[in-house]
Design a protein around this ligand. Sequence first.
Ligand code: FES
Length: 73
Amino acid sequence: MSEATKITTLDHGPFLVTGPVLLTDAEGKNFHSERETIALCRCGGSTTKPFCDGAHSKLGFQAAEKAVQQAEN
Ligand code: FES
């Protein structure tokens, strides 16, 4: 059985992605990481996009969205 990939949102910070992942940008460029967990920028301020470089703290990024519980069918 393959390992599950987990995505965690940090309040006013990046998405943490743990587990196997292939990240491809809009131009088809693949990003590989040897790390077990990667942080993806969602504030738009990182100089190392798609990865978080901590700029969200300096920018005072305020994430408005929260995960919404889905009703079970
Ligand atoms: S979320 Fe950290 S730099 Fe954008």
